[in-house]
Ligand binder design. Structure first.
Ligand code: GLN
Length: 222
């Protein structure tokens, strides 16, 4: 079995551990740089990207993980984890000294934090994701290649560079007031080489195929 770490600094670590375990991986928590060398891949959970960034720097994880990502280390980021895999954040949070939040980066994309959150803090919808038709296991949605996806103060991907594959988009939900772009397609899942990112949380709806896709990527089978 592949051995997969979950970055356990902050966020919904337990849910990802369960999803990876169900997908057939051996799972360990990762907090220290040396632990990165004992795993075949890493999941960055949902939570708060600024908190994970600060703790990663405090634990000396920022540079070692950046270096591993540059060497092709497989990483899946969900929600806050997606933000942390982005090369650019459109509207970064700033600390007390005015310094913008940092990311591990690796995916040539710009993400917007809390993008859906301006209108709807949290919502659930069915997201078509054709790549999943190849992955075995039960769908959390009615449709065989759709995911029942939960968005919680979720980012979207505002732009991508070459080499980044769009795996899923959703129409921006309707909302009242100015600035509404209801119906505009927003990118919510991407893959770039060995890096995978989703705006939403498959780990909370019993969906396991996205974690299986990541495990297949690690095995070199996807
Ligand atoms: N809004 C959070 C952030 O900026 C992400 C929310 C989540 O992971 N559910 O990090």
């Amino acid at each position: 079995n592949p051995r997969i770490g979950v970055l356990a600094l902050q966020g919904d670590v337990r849910e990802h551990e369960l999803a990876l375990h169900d997908g057939g991986a051996d799972v360990v928590k990762v907090r220290r740089p040396s632990e990165l060398d004992d795993v075949d891949g890493l999941v960055i959970p949902g939570g708060e990207s600024t908190a994970i960034d600060k703790l990663a720097r405090a634990f000396g994880m920022m540079d070692p993980l950046r270096a591993k990502i540059a060497q092709g280390f497989p990483v899946y980021g969900s929600c806050a984890g997606m933000i942390l895999l982005a090369d650019r954040v459109a509207d970064p949070a700033r600390d007390g000294l005015g310094q913008p939040q940092q990311t591990f980066g690796g995916i040539d994309m710009t993400v917007r934090r809390n993008a859906f959150g301006r209108q709807v803090d949290s919502f659930e919808t069915e997201v078509p994701m054709p790549v999943l038709s190849r992955i075995s296991g039960q769908s959390s949605a009615g449709d065989a290649d759709a995911v029942r996806a939960v968005f919680i103060r979720a980012p979207w991907v505002e732009s991508i560079g070459e080499g980044v594959e769009i795996l899923a988009s959703v129409p921006e939900p309707h909302h009242e007031g100015p600035g509404s772009d209801a119906g505009v397609a927003r990118i919510v899942a991407v893959r770039s080489g060995n890096l995978l990112a989703t705006s939403f949380h498959p780990e909370v709806t019993g969906e396991r195929r996205i974690h299986r896709l990541f495990i297949d990527m690690i095995r070199g089978e996807a």
